[in-house]
Write a protein that binds this ligand. Structure first.
Ligand code: KG4
Ligand code: ZN
Length: 357
């Protein structure tokens, strides 16, 4: 069964062909990073326009790299939400037209569920129940997953996503965009114990996360110690120390929350996925924690950590195999949420756009 995956929820136009939900025949990603870099974040209008320009080419490259024709595609999976509305609409409209023209099933996929499925390619078969930390520029959630396709949200960030905090702090330090990889790089030359940041306290005691206080603490520390952002040249030792301490603090918050929930819910495995899962410090600490609990932890390989369409095709294949397909009324849904039973429904209120510039 060949599924064509399409992803346009944020700043990557991506298409992939996946066989039987596990074998990637092609995965094409056209990144808009250079387009948005001057603004230090994703500009929604520019993103949608770029998706429109690129989608045709990206899909046809995915098909040719997989050495298949459009007629050989059995189903199309597309990111339905959450994400930027204009960006999502490009992928959903394109996928709808294609599935209608070819008369094949269309499956709307929740982007966050896509990240969960990103680990199916390069890992042993997932043992359930699992606890999945999805940590990216737009999301920071932990789901208890009793079996494939069923999700219980057990932790979330109360404010910024972890990747968003990396991006914002990088901007403050005068580093480029996206911030995660650059902070990780300069942190290698820094002392993670140089600056002690206090742990965010969640007043109701729930195992939730919060990163906006940490971002403010970094700004305050820079001001009080008269630390200047990087001005074109190399990062100073002070900035490397600050980056390392910030990174350690984010990783500690994520891993200690995951551990607290793992002790409570006793899953048989862990998943750490999403753009921030590229971070080697996060991988190391998660692995140490999982080892101490005696359970495996699965990460996506690097090219599947950030947004891609192979993970969307894999999630789509799962739903197709379970007999769940979308009808012709499917439309982009900015606030799509992953519900307990795996059926996605709009929530309406409370969700902020994923990036603000
Ligand atoms: O999953 P993704 O491509 O997009 C969203 O769905 O948001 O994640 C992008 C995010 C950005 O915030 C980026 O700074 C972060 O992932 N990121 C990292 C690293 N690589 C990417 N954060 C920390 N360390 C990294 N190595
Ligand atoms: Zn993502």
């Amino acid at each position: 069964m060949l599924v064509l995956g399409i992803e346009t929820s944020c700043d990557e136009t991506a298409a992939a062909v996946v066989r039987d939900g596990r074998t990637i025949l092609s995965s094409i990603i056209s990144s808009q990073i250079r387009l948005h870099r001057p603004y230090g974040g994703v500009v929604p209008e520019l993103a949608s326009r770029e998706h429109l320009e690129k989608i045709e080419q990206v899909v046809s490259t995915a098909l040719s790299e997989a050495s298949i024709s459009l007629e050989e595609v059995d189903a199309i999976a597309v990111t339905q939400g959450p994400g930027l509305v204009g960006a999502l609409l490009v992928g959903v409209s394109y996928a709808k037209a294609l599935s209608f023209g070819l008369n094949i099933p269309l499956i709307g996929v929740n982007h966050i569920e896509g990240h969960v499925f990103s680990v199916v390619f390069d890992n042993p078969k997932i043992v359930f129940p699992t606890l999945a930390l999805i940590v990216s520029g737009g999301h920071t959630n932990i789901f208890f997953v009793p079996e494939s396709g069923r999700y219980r949200l057990v932790s979330r960030t109360r404010d910024d996503a972890a990747g968003e905090a990396f991006d914002k702090v990088a901007k403050m330090l005068g580093l480029g965009y996206p911030g995660g990889p650059i902070i990780e790089r300069i942190a290698q030359d820094g002392d993670a114990k140089a600056v002690r940041f206090t742990k965010a306290k969640i007043s109701d005691g729930r195992p939730d996360l919060s990163f906006s206080g940490l971002k403010t603490a970094v700004a305050k520390y820079m001001k009080e110690n008269a630390i200047d952002p990087v001005g074109g040249g190399h990062a100073t030792q002070e900035l490397c120390d600050l980056a390392a301490s910030f990174q350690a603090s984010v990783v500690d918050a994520l891993v200690s929350t995951l551990e607290r929930l793992a002790l409570e819910l006793t899953p048989r495995s862990l998943i750490v996925a999403g753009g921030v899962a590229c971070n080697l410090k996060l991988q190391d600490e998660s692995r140490k924690m999982a080892d101490s609990l005696g359970i495996p932890v699965y990460f996506p390989s690097k090219h599947l950590s950030t947004d891609n369409a192979a993970m969307i095709a894999a999630a789509g294949y799962f739903h197709l195999s379970s007999g769940r397909v979308s009808d012709e009324n499917i439309t982009a849904d900015v606030t799509l949420r992953l519900q307990n039973d795996g059926i996605t429904e709009p929530t309406g209120a409370g969700k902020r756009p994923r990036y603000r510039v």
